[in-house]
Ligand binder design. Structure first.
Ligand code: 6PG
Length: 467
């Protein structure tokens, strides 16, 4: 009974996470029904002398020191409930279960309430950074009981990614706060991925950049203000040779993007909260459009599209850098706006500055910008939107002209850039003191007597239109 940490689910993420725990001098015990996975972990972790594993749940639970700290890295959904049920007979009051998967936040709330009745502390902890992150240091987003968190804090702080001496993990709030933050992280991830892919499309269709040139461009950007994990791996992707044939792998990959649902959930819940996140919405829609490959092929033959207009290579590369920087800011702004509202609605009491901080390393959306974002929320913890932060005004202002020009170029050249244009139009609308929605109010009142308010006097009005 002397293992510090238990882990259920020894797939790639689970195995890597447990080895990370052991690397940091905690004794960790793994559990999986699949004996091959158990053996693989024992073999890999054997010389660390700190890892053991079993297919037997009793052996597993009996090996753990009290209070037991058991992390689940299993697919989101029913399996989480099944694992919880199988563990319950072997647990004692005060034990802790941590769901490290991308569970839907209301499932986490349900499980937390159910387990609380049984005296078990339940955490939803988003883990970002893929397989490599899990092994070398992910960003971890835990939510749950603050006192119980003290038991898992030393382990999480040791295994999490390190950003200049600070661990990329923090107790984010009660109940599903951690899962919710991870969900929005993924929404922002979808947005940033869509934006990077649109810029790639623009550069190859306008000035026919080769994969080598694309590699150089993204690599250079990654050394500047666009420094980020996604730009870094994009540069790497253009270099990858096809292992099954000639040329670069990127040119052989089918242009249909899959999704597991976290981006869609972000958009759906943003709608419920009444917070606009159009960059994330369109990123989800584009994955859906991409899936309609057969229809796209038919439609492509039905319509003419203009030839991309001639443009100077250096000029468009410079504009693209500005547009990507601008739209990354917009993607973060929308996601953080959603988090601020969710914090009120679900009583998470989120600290946006801390969230930006723990995203600075380890996770998929890590970037140089997050340090600035964290500072902006430190300066004003009630900042409604990043676009209102004084430190962000010049960053956005200096890139505006290029974004407008690039979106116009794309439109007249027949190149779809819905992520960029949604980001631009979100900005144009959010920063307009006058929008034409007075007309919508007039229409609503006209056809449905829905009433309207006035600019020049208090009250609610209705007009008998046309009379
Ligand atoms: C992360 C990722 C990860 C997610 C993948 C795939 O933060 O490490 O967000 O949790 O599962 O990115 O997501 P999709 O299959 O929906 O693209």
């Amino acid at each position: 009974k002397n293992y510090d940490f238990g882990l259920v689910g020894l797939g790639v993420m689970g195995r890597n996470f447990i080895l990370n725990v052991a690397d940091n001098n905690f004794k960790a015990f793994g559990y999986d029904l699949d004996s091959e996975k158990v053996d693989a972990l024992k073999e890999e972790g054997g010389d660390l002398n700190k890892v053991d594993a079993s297919t037997d749940i009793k052996t597993f639970t009996q090996a753990l020191a009290a209070p037991r700290k058991i992390m689940l890295l299993v697919p989101a959904g029913k399996i989480v409930d099944q694992v919880i049920e199988s563990l319950l007979p072997h647990l004692d009051k005060g034990d802790i279960i941590i769901d490290g998967g991308n569970s839907f936040f209301t499932d986490t709330d349900r499980r937390e309430a159910y387990l609380k009745e049984k005296g078990i502390n339940f955490f939803g902890a988003g883990v970002s950074g893929g397989a490599e992150g899990a092994r070398k240091g992910p960003s971890i987003m835990p939510g749950g009981d603050a006192d119980a968190y003290e038991h898992i804090k030393p382990i999480f702080e040791a295994v999490a990614a390190d950003f200049k001496g600070e661990p990329c993990v923090a107790h984010l709030g009660p109940k599903s706060a951690g899962n919710y933050v991870k969900m929005v992280h993924n929404g922002i991830e979808y947005g940033m991925m869509q934006l990077t892919s649109e810029i790639y499309d623009l550069l190859r269709k306008s000035v026919a950049l080769s994969n080598d040139e694309l590699h150089q461009v993204y690599d250079l950007w990654n050394k500047g203000r666009l420094q980020s994990f996604l730009v870094e791996i994009t540069a790497e992707i253009f270099k990858q040779e096809d292992d099954l044939g000639d040329g670069r792998l990127i040119d052989k990959i089918l242009d249909k993007a899959k999704q597991k649902g976290t981006g869609k959930w972000t958009s759906q819940n943003a709608m419920d909260l009444g917070i606009p996140v159009p960059t994330i919405d369109i990123a989800v829609s584009m994955r859906e459009i991409s899936a309609l490959k057969d229809e796209r092929i038919v439609a492509d033959k039905l319509y003419d599209r203009p030839e991309p207009k001639a443009i100077d290579k250096d000029k468009i590369i410079a504009m693209a850098e500005e547009a990507l920087y601008f739209s990354f800011i917009i993607a973060y702004a929308q996601g953080l706006h959603q988090l601020a509202e969710a914090s009120k609605e679900y009583e998470y009491d989120l600290d946006m500055s801390v969230i930006a901080k723990i995203w600075r390393a380890g996770c998929i959306i890590r970037s140089g910008l997050l340090d600035n974002i964290s500072e902006a929320y430190l300066a004003d913890k009630n900042l409604p939107n990043l676009l209102l932060a004084p430190s962000f005004v010049p960053k956005v202002q200096e890139t505006m002209a290029s974004v407008r020009e690039l979106v116009a170029y794309a439109a007249t050249s027949g190149i779809p850039v819905p992520g960029l244009s949604n980001s631009l139009n979100y900005f144009e609308a959010y920063t307009s003191s006058h929008l034409p929605l007075n007309l919508i109010q007039a229409q609503r009142d006209n056809f449905g007597s829905h009433t309207y308010e006035r600019l020049d006097r208090e009250g609610v009005f209705h007009t008998e239109w046309g009379k």
